[in-house]
Structures are given as C-alpha cells and as structure tokens.
Write a protein that binds this ligand. Sequence first.
Ligand code: NAP
Ligand code: MG
Length: 462
Amino acid sequence: MKAHDGMYIDGAWRPAAGPGVIEVVNPADEQVIATVPAGTVEDVDVAVRAARAALPGWAATPPAERAARLAALRDVLVARQDEIAETVTAELGSPPKLSQTVHAGVPIAVTGSYAELAATYAFEERTGNSTVLHEPVGVVGAITPWNYPLHQIVAKTAPALAAGCTVVVKPAEDTPLVARLFAEAVHEAGIPAGVFNLVTGLGPVAGQALAEHPGVDLVSFTGSTAVGRRIGAIASGMVKKVALELGGKSANVILPGADLARAVNVGVANVMSNSGQTCSAWTRMLVHHDQYDEAVELAAAAAAKYGDRIGPLVSATQRDRVRGYIAKGVAEGARLAAGGPDSPHERGYYVSPTVFADVTPGMTIAQEEIFGPVLSVLRYTDEEDALRIANGTVYGLAGAVWAADETEAVAFARRMETGQVDINGGRFNPLAPFGGYKQSGVGRELGAHGLAEYLQTKSFQF
Ligand code: NAP
Ligand code: MG
C-alpha cells in the first residue's frame, strides 16, 4: 500500500489543503493498493490560479514549440508504457494485454497525433478582407471517468495543450494513479509549470469546484449523463464553454446478407472488451428475424469463450449496478442466453459475460446504459424496423452496420442518429471526431475536430 501525498500543481507536487484521502482499490482482489489526497475547493482554487498564471506564456508559445513538448510527452509515455499498463491493470482491473495495447497504446497515439496537429494546424486563415485567428479558449477544467483512465485525460489534455490552453484535471476517484503517472510524464517532458495541473478528489467536491470556478473558461467533462447535465447547467449559468461526452446505447445492425458469424463475433468482442465499460460499446445487436436464432446461438457461444479472460468491473458499486440490470432484464421477460447475475469468482468485482435474447426495444436493458459485459439481442422485421429500433433511444454515440457490401451499409449508416459508425468492421481511427448526437453529448474529441473545441476565433477586417 502506498500513501501518496501531494497533487501536481504549478510544476511541483504540493501538499493538499485538507487531510482527506481516497483509497484506491484493486478490483480484481478488493485490496487497497494506495491512497491519494482528496482535493478540496482550496486545492482546486490554487490549481486554477496556477493555470491562469501560466496561460499568457503558453498561449504565446509558438505552435512548433508546443508541438515539440507534446512529442516529448509522447516519448515519455512510450518509455513508461509498461508502468502505465501495470498501473491501469492495478486500479481498473483490465487484463494486461488490453492495458498495454489500449490503455497505454491509445494515449501514445493520441498524444502523437496532437504533436503533429500542433505543428501543422492553420491557426490563422484568410476569408475575403478578413484574417481569422484561432486562439486558445483559455483555462480548461477537465473532469474524467475511470473507464479508459489515461485516454480520457489525454483526449482532453493533448488538444488543449496543442491549442495553447492550460489545464486542470480532476480524474475519477477510482483511477487516480495513472493520472499521477501522467503528471510525472508531463513534468519529464519539460512542459512549463502551471500549464498542466492535477487535483485528485471526489466528484461532488473537487469536480464541482472545478466546474464552478470563475477562472475556468471551458469545462470538458466525460462521464454519466446525469452528472453531465449538472455540469452543463453550471457552465451555461456562468456562460462558460462546455464539452460533454456522455453515455451511449449503441446499435450493431446486422443486415441480411452480411457475414453473420463475423458480425456477431466482432460485436460480442466489442461489448465484452474492457468488461463492457465502454461508452461507445454496441450493446444492442439488431438481427433480422430469419437469422435471429442462429445469431443468438453464435453470440452465446462467443460470450462463453470470454468467461475466463474478462476483467472485473471497476468497483463494487458498478458490479452491483450491472447485476441489478441483469436481474431487471430477467424480470421484464428477456431470456438469458449466456451468463447471468451470479458472480463468476468469489473475490473481485466480476460479472459474467451475459447475453440476453428476446429483448424488445422498450425494455429497460434496451434503453438504459448498463456499463458492464451485457449484450442485448433484438429482432427486426425489415430495414425500416431496424432503423426505428437503432434510433429509438435518447443516446447517439456510436454504432455499427454490417451488410453484403459497403454501399448498402453506408446507405443505412447515413440514416443513423449517431456520431460514429463502423462499416463492416472498420477499425478505430484516433483522428476521427468522436462524440455524441442527442443526449450522448455536446462537442467532439480527437483529431482536428477535437483541437477546434479548444480554440476561439478572432477576426481582423482590412
Ligand atoms: P460519473 O460518475 O459521471 O463520473 C465522471 C467524472 O465526474 C468523475 O471524475 C467523477 O468523480 C466526476 N463527478 C461526479 N459527480 C460530480 C459532480 N457533481 N460534479 C462534478 N464532477 C462530478 O461517470 P462514471 O460512472 O465515472 O463513468 C461512466 C460514464 O461515463 C458512463 O455513462 C459512460 O458512458 C460515460 N463515458 C462517456 C464517454 C464518451 O466519450 N461519451 C467516454 C467514457 C465514458 P468521481 O470519480 O469522484 O465520482
Ligand atoms: Mg463515480
């Protein structure tokens, strides 16, 4: 057990204002592995002041130099990749391979992409008799969840720094250790004092203080829709910019003519990965009624194969919440084709990979985000029915379409109310804008579109 003290503020590890601590638990064995300070309103205030003081200097730093610092940061993350992966495995419970490739690998790719974008982005443009400057928005307050703990921090910090903004991050209470590691990496990369600051703490205390701080110009939040709504209200009340990356309930639409086995297997893998704790996961599989029984059988077999390889959920609270949804699915008349509410291990916050059949669109498990390894298979009669079901939730974050050919899949995808669609198993692209339609959020992350979120325009007329 390691008791960490201090938070990274103004280029140094500073003691917290109060005595409160947060215990970090390894969800695989339920042991406390570390404690970190529980930051207060005072800590947030010191951090925001540091970020404000650093803003003019960083905003005036030439983009090429900001790019060089981001490239250095990427190199430190590469050098510390094993340590990052081990830390995420310890605090989130993700299997080591996933920690290496995704939890450590994706932040390296994203940091690298912003090193390149900072160097090449057109921060100035001409239109008619005007010159338009794209200037940093200012001080960013970033509030992040635990599901991809480093990625969520990097997806906000890297574009913010590329834009010339300074940042205060409040990471999730369940996963503060990789956030601390990231602050060390920022320091090693030679990013000037105050440009990046880290305050660990509880959401309703430190998170709320950050959102409410008058010195914050933009609040960027990723997390649940319930908290996002509150943050949005605070930000608009204070006329701050706000970006919200919220929940999802994405549809995986398998059209007749698609490679059914591939579509089902990739679909199950998508839902089970990271133990189902992925906002963009395709948690509703839509299958034509002629292929329905076969698809359910394939999905159940694929889920059963995940039995031993799946990690725990992040916390007892999340495990209980997910098991509650499984019980609700059974109570509302869905049929368990794989898994169920019983824990597969005696210790650790595990949930069995679960597949529900005979799910109808109005059921709770087809409408609410579950955030665990739970797939619902729904039946449709024709394409119009499939589209109605696919678009029939309050969310619109991601999705997938499988068809006999790309043209047919694209024609369907164009009609989906969602921010991302994978066509016939398309690969993740760290440069593609990521974000939600409807109640899945406001704003976009990643790539050039993610950078633009941290910029505001000023035009000169000549
Ligand atoms: P959450 O409870 O909303 O927490 C997210 C962050 O907000 C945490 O840092 C949390 O602190 C903080 N927070 C909680 N209450 C707050 C308050 N009153 N004021 C300010 N901050 C507060 O979400 P979660 O359960 O950790 O994460 C899972 C959710 O995130 C899912 O709904 C998922 O879909 C969503 N998500 C969305 C995306 C996307 O890009 N759209 C990506 C990943 C996850 P504590 O840790 O102390 O609670
Ligand atoms: Mg929470």
